[in-house]
Design a protein. Structure first.
Length: 365
């Protein structure tokens, strides 16, 4: 059959929603596997009809298909129809596509956050993490059955995990398969559940363990710890634990990628004449030379004093931004020296403040 949903449902491109639904019901009844037990292709045709209806019954998917064709109808997950189970369920009941569960059931993924100070994030650390999770029951050893008992084959479905049901749908009477309610599709039951875990084979507990944080992690980084989530019921494997890193601020440093930025206050006289200064870095004290005539905003670079690269190849740099501070509380003697200096350079400056008495005299002259 064609991959064009309009051709599959045998409708025009301007067909109304009601026309599309009517055609779908007719074709679904025609190609339903129960109505064609001797046709091995009937199930595939039936699915294709359902796929086509899934596109054309959804205004957004239909619009994407009309604009982009088959590729445009696909969702970001790669499934163009959002799951055929939904459409089957709406017409045939919730049991149409259910099947027996096979194999262990994996536990849930968990999320938590871990707070680090600035230096811990830069250099890495080992932290103790405490979470609420599910661990295997030690009393029944994750079987869910009390001591001396065991699981029994489900008497309702005889171990198949499924039951056959006859449903009245829009297409008439249909035979469907559904997960057995008695055993939840597992095919077995626990007559005498473990008192410790209630028959689930796991208990909710507070668990703590050490986490190694890699040097160079940044605020907002998410660590995935495989197998550290909740264990599944009845011995199922554990899910994963996702740890979101939160990094505190530092009083001196800011982070820019793998570089560190520090703003360094420098007095005006030091900026003019230059100075040798000892500053604190994350690695300890470091002596730097401020050259003569440095300007406010000028950046000095100390290589290899930044954040370690996560790949383990070297470190970023420490960037020191000079901030020249201008004094505001000059004594009369200091102001005179500055004015003499400005005069020697022919720099234009404001006249000295005359004070209150001087201002009164000027007002009467």
């Amino acid at each position: 059959m064609s991959s064009d949903p309009y051709e599959v449902l045998q409708v025009q491109r301007n067909a109304s929603t009601e026309e599309i639904k009517k055609s779908y019901r007719r074709l679904a009844r025609e190609f339903h596997p129960d109505a064609n037990p001797d046709d091995p292709d009937a199930e595939e045709k039936f699915k294709e009809v359902a796929f086509a209806y899934e596109i054309l019954s959804d205004p957004e998917k239909r619009s994407r298909y009309d604009r982009f064709g088959d590729a445009g109808s696909r969702s970001s997950t790669g499934d163009p129809f959002g799951g055929i189970g939904d459409i089957f369920e709406s017409f045939f009941g919730s049991g149409f596509t259910q099947s027996r569960r096979t194999g262990p059931i994996q536990g849930q993924d968990l999320e938590t956050s871990l707070h680090l100070d600035f230096a811990e994030a830069v250099f890495g650390c080992e932290k103790e993490l405490e979470i609420k999770t599910a661990l295997a029951c030690s009393v029944c050893e994750a079987t869910g059955a009390s001591e001396g008992s065991s699981r029994d084959t489900c008497g309702t479905c005889n171990g198949s995990g499924q039951v056959q049901q006859v449903r009245q749908s829009l297409l008439g009477q249909m035979m469907t398969s559904a997960a057995c309610n008695a055993c939840g599709g597992m095919g077995w039951v626990i007559p005498v559940p473990c008192e410790e875990c209630g028959g689930e084979g796991r208990n909710v507990v507070q668990d703590s363990f050490s986490v190694q944080v890699t040097a160079g992690v940044d605020d907002g980084t998410t660590l995935r710890l495989t197998g550290r989530g909740a264990v599944g019921p009845w011995g199922g494997p554990a899910g994963d634990l996702y740890v979101q890193i939160r990094v505190g601020e530092h009083k001196h440093f800011e982070r820019s990628g793998y570089d560190l930025l520090r703003r360094l206050p420098v007095q005006m006289t030091q900026a003019i004449l230059g100075v040798e200064m000892e500053i604190e870095t994350l690695d300890g004290s470091e002596t730097i030379v401020i050259p003569k005539g440095v300007k406010s905003g000028q950046v000095m670079r100390i290589r290899g004093r930044g954040v370690p690269h996560l790949q383990g190849r070297g470190r970023g740099d420490l960037l020191i931004e000079v901030v020249v501070e201008t004094p505001k509380d000059l004594t009369p003697a200091e102001e005179k020296l500055i004015r003499d200096f400005a005069g020697s350079r022919n720099d234009q400056v404001n006249p000295p403040d005359k004070g209150i008495v001087g201002k009164i005299r000027s007002a009467f002259n």
